[in-house]
Design a protein around this ligand. Structure first.
Ligand code: SF4
Length: 296
């Protein structure tokens, strides 16, 4: 799922996504600048790797692609991205293992492994997927009024139906990063989907080599509706604070990986100019309270 469609760069989407909760908690200023500077922000190898894998997995499931076709389409996409980097003149954020030079090989390796681990044509498929029907629903969008001021929304990478219909569903999120994912995201999906059937959830870690490390099951118990609503309400009120002109900048290690760092008034190159720029942009900001349908 890409960013929230908006009519203009100063529209602040008030409906809450799970990524909003995490980013607003980390640094509200970053969340705001990511809206305003969406097209100017830096490129990051790990975001491009994640997007390329997610789109290729989605197309492989939806269009029943074979592995060679899937790899070919992903390769073309990544070639175009790499070629475009030079023309764009944008800063590129890399990590020690995910560089512009390695991103294609990494994507190729992870996609091949995904096919082995998940696809029904593979004879080395992880047994957990044999319990579920193929194909799953992909990029399943939800939007739900949870009784707060604004709704929540999101999109689930894959929803698998158990072979035994009474056993319910599996909510699956593909992860291309190495870090341990937080259960909150899967709980948020569970909450947004408002299912009336049993559901389990897991992160499928695309970059793990050991079979036992690839499936990261949702570990924590359901935190309860009140706790979920509390987290979402904090995100809503932080957005309102931004609209009211209150911006918090949280500097920490994550600034090194921040795609809007150069526009940041506390970490950027020209902090004084950045300070003026975001205050000017904030004066144009309007809350976007309704979903916006992008015209094709
Ligand atoms: S560089 Fe750091 S302080 Fe500045 S917006 Fe990014 S995360 Fe926030």
């Amino acid at each position: 799922m890409g960013s929230t469609p908006r009519p203009h760069r100063f529209a602040i989407p008030m409906a809450t996504r799970s990524t909003d909760v995490a980013t607003l908690e980390q640094c509200p200023g970053k969340w705001m600048l990511t809206q305003f500077m969406e097209t100017q922000q830096a490129e990051a190898t790990y975001f491009e790797l994640g997007s390329a894998l997610h789109e290729t997995i989605e197309a492989t499931i939806l269009d029943d692609l074979d592995l060679d076709t899937a790899l070919y389409t992903m390769d073309i996409r990544l070639d175009a991205w790499i070629e475009g980097l030079e023309d764009s003149g944008k800063r590129v954020i890399e990590t020690t293992d995910k560089t512009v030079d390695t991103v294609k090989d990494m994507a190729d390796r992870m996609m091949r492994q995904w096919f082995i681990d998940v696809h029904p044509d593979s004879d080395k498929r992880l047994p957990i997927y044999d319990d579920y029907q193929w194909p799953p629903q992909v990029e399943h969008e939800f939007r739900r009024d949870v009784g707060l001021k604004y709704p929540i929304w999101g999109s689930v990478d894959a929803i698998f139906q158990h072979q035994n219909l009474d056993a319910g569903l599996a909510i699956v999120d593909w992860k291309s990063g190495k870090g341990r994912a937080k259960d909150f995201q899967l709980h948020f999906y569970e909450f947004g989907l408002a299912l009336d059937v049993p559901a389990v959830g897991w992160f499928h870690q695309l970059d793990r080599k050991r079979k036992s490390a690839k499936i990261q099951m949702m570990e924590d118990d359901w935190p309860g509706t009140n706790e979920m609503l509390g987290d979402i309400a904090v995100a809503e009120s932080t957005k309102q604070d931004l609209l009211d002109g209150w911006v918090e900048w949280n500097q920490d290690w994550w600034c090194n990986y921040c795609t809007v760092q150069e526009f940041c008034p506390v970490e950027g190159q020209d902090t004084e100019a950045n300070d003026k720029a975001y205050i000017r942009m904030l004066s144009y900001a309007k809350p976007m309270t309704q979903p916006y349908e992008k015209k094709e």
